[in-house]
Write a protein that binds this ligand. Structure first.
Ligand SMILES: NC(=O)c1ccc[n+]([C@@H]2O[C@H](COP(=O)([O-])OP(=O)(O)OC[C@H]3O[C@@H](n4cnc5c(N)ncnc54)[C@H](OP(=O)(O)O)[C@@H]3O)[C@@H](O)[C@H]2O)c1
Length: 317
């Protein structure tokens, strides 16, 4: 059984990669979509959050805002990653309850599961072991948000719940030289190597590490689906359930980009955990499966990279 969506939906973090895709997914369904730029609404400020809920009275909330960054930023600024993410999540979730929001969906992440948890990662692995040290502050803050939703649901019976997306890619991704994730970083490097006529591109590590990627439009579709379930799980993985090696990813990207040179590996460079993939049976049983396979997703993403670059909107922070 599925219920209708709330009629006034606040998407927090609508300018981000995930938030923007979620906003697009809910458009054209007769729902009033609410959003605010950070200049209008700083989610770390409890008074601004309260005032926003008092004025706009959303009946549903999707929480896709976060202070997000790479390993370097996470290691340099654990205070900001922990405190800002806890503040944003607690202010929005508490305000949602105070203003009688019927339904709230919180975006967690598979990177908040324990560092050495069993593969593929099951939902039950949460809090079963030590976190990855490099993003511990971020993970702790996200776990607070997810657990606060669960606590509200348990204590007050409200539909506050979470999803756990795997690595995302697609339009609006971050192409920063040092701070971007592996997939956008490789798109940029192969594109630039093609333009420069470079003879080879070197990837970090052995290329054997295996990773899973989900197109952000699929994430938005999963959020749309889970948001309408009558009795959703407290949290559910959102991924494809299949992975590929970083070398295979690089070869596919080189092909999509049209790069003809060699691909070399540098095993002296770090490559992180050898395998990371989600166990997807829970969401599959509920009735959702991803639609965009990696071949099509990479082609679409390279097209959006070229468009964003041409229009000057390519994100590099
Ligand atoms: N990207 C991935 O691979 C991935 C994978 C799994 C889970 N997720 C989860 O998905 C969520 C969104 O990730 P994303 O990749 O879309 O991140 P993103 O592109 O960096 O977007 C985050 C958004 O949060 C907003 N924000 C941050 N601090 C704020 C504040 N104090 N007040 C108001 N808005 C604030 C940002 O606003 P500005 O635009 O003003 O900066 C931005 O729009 C996160 O919870 C993340 O953990 C992402």
């Amino acid at each position: 059984m599925r219920k209708k969506n709330p009629d006034r939906l606040f998407v927090a973090g609508h300018r981000g990669m995930a938030g923007a895709a979620i906003l697009r997914r809910f458009q054209g369904e007769g729902i009033e979509l609410l959003h605010a730029d950070r200049q209008q609404l700083d989610l770390c400020d409890p008074r601004q959050v309260d005032q926003y809920f008092a004025e706009h009275r959303p009946t549903g909330v999707i929480f896709a805002a976060a202070k997000v960054g790479g390993i370097f930023a996470n290691e340099q600024f654990p205070v900001e990653f922990l405190s800002e993410n806890v503040l944003m999540a607690t202010h929005v979730i508490n305000a949602a309850f105070r203003y009688s929001v019927r339904r709230l969906l919180f975006l967690g992440s598979t990177c908040i599961y324990p560092r050495d948890c069993e593969q593929p990662i099951q939902e039950t692995s949460l809090l079963s072991g030590p976190l990855e040290e490099t993003n511990e502050a971020y993970a702790l803050a996200k776990i607070v948000g997810l657990k606060l939703c669960q606590a509200y649901r348990k204590q007050h019976g409200v539909q506050f719940h979470s999803v756990m997306p795997t690595n995302l890619y697609g339009p609006g991704d971050n192409y920063h030289q040092e701070n971007s994730h592996v997939l956008p970083a490789l798109i940029r490097r192969f594109h630039e190597a093609k333009v420069a006529g470079a003879a080879s591109v070197t990837i970090w590590g052995t290329g054997k590490a295996r990773r899973e990627f989900l197109h952000v439009e699929d994430l938005a579709d999963a959020v749309h689906f889970v948001f309408q379930l009558d009795n959703p799980p407290d949290w559910v993985n959102v991924g494809t359930g299949s992975d590929l090696s970083v070398l295979n990813l690089a070869q596919r990207i080189a092909e999509v980009v049209g790069y003809q040179g060699e691909i070399q590996i540098d095993p002296s460079r770090p490559e992180g955990t050898p395998v990371k993939c989600t166990e997807m049976s829970l969401l599959h049983q509920l009735g959702w499966k991803h639609k965009i396979e990696i071949e099509d997703g990479l082609r679409m993403t390279y097209e959006s990279f070229l468009r964003e670059r041409q229009s000057g909107s390519l994100r590099e922070y």
